[in-house]
Design a protein around this ligand. Structure first.
Ligand code: UDP
Length: 239
């Protein structure tokens, strides 16, 4: 078991909505820049970083299919949305002089590298931040599953899931004043109690490979670095 402060390679998963600020839709460049700064402060510790960013701020497959669009087509549109978010994050990181690579699960050679596992590992060894775009490349999946898949492939020690709250609660803390935060929770408990950390396929994939998920608040300035240095509040999902 890794203790905070001893990580050397991590996956950071954020939703597309984390990039939209208060706008309700799309990208809010100052917010993207703020998150890039959080990533930089961890990169400065010498920790190797992979990222997966969702696409929900632009398009979700389920949204399209609810309006009559074929599910697979709508999901491909969702995957393309994640590429836009990845490029925005790359630009923000490079503005801070962090070398990055966007690696797309759907070939798009003019804007992103294709996914070649050993090449991606090499980028990490060279301390480049990798942003994995286009999810898993398959419809019917989510970017949570993509983050879990790539974290396993890259031998990340944990997935850090940045959210609006500082962990996993027994009920929605925005609605219930008496909501209780878990310090630790098992994968099976998350599944049985529908705790909504990540979708069930992502949780199962993490469980089957013993990959811890650390849920923390991305709204807390310095929060990401704090947890990696051994402080702050979060929930650890494990076996
Ligand atoms: N998506 C997909 N396959 C994947 C990852 C994502 O089809 O492997 C599509 C799916 O339609 C999803 C959308 O891309 O709704 C955006 O991803 P997600 O909902 O995970 O984004 P988030 O909620 O994290 O912003």
């Amino acid at each position: 078991t890794k203790t905070p402060g001893s990580y050397s390679r991590v996956m950071l998963k954020i939703s597309g909505e984390a990039l939209m600020g208060d706008q309700g839709y799309g990208l809010h460049p100052p917010t993207v820049a703020r998150i890039a700064q959080e990533v930089k402060s961890v990169h400065d510790m010498g920790i190797e970083i992979c990222m997966v960013i969702g696409g929900g701020n632009i398009f979700r497959g389920l949204q399209g299919s609810a309006q009559g669009m074929e599910r697979a087509t709508a999901d491909y549109m969702g995957m393309l949305a994640t590429v836009m978010n990845a490029l925005a994050m790359q630009a923000a990181l490079e503005a801070l002089n962090i070398h990055t690579r966007v690696i797309s699960a759907i070939r798009m050679d003019e804007v992103a590298e294709p996914y070649i596992r050993r090449r991606a590992v090499r980028h990490l060894e060279k301390k480049r931040v990798i942003i994995f775009a286009a999810g898993t490349g398959n419809p019917y999946f989510t970017t949570d599953t993509a983050a879990t898949l790539r974290a396993n492939e890259m031998n990340c020690e944990a997935i850090f899931k940045g959210t609006k709250v500082d962990g996993v609660y027994d009920k929605d803390p925005a609605k219930h004043a008496d909501a209780k935060r878990y310090e630790n929770v098992t994968y099976d408990e998350v599944l049985q109690k529908h705790l909504g950390v990540m979708d069930a396929s992502a949780i199962a994939l993490a469980r089957d490979n013993d990959l811890p998920i650390i849920v923390f608040s991305l709204d807390e300035p310095g929060g990401f670095r704090g947890i990696l240095s051994g402080s702050g509040t979060y929930t650890r999902v494990h076996g």
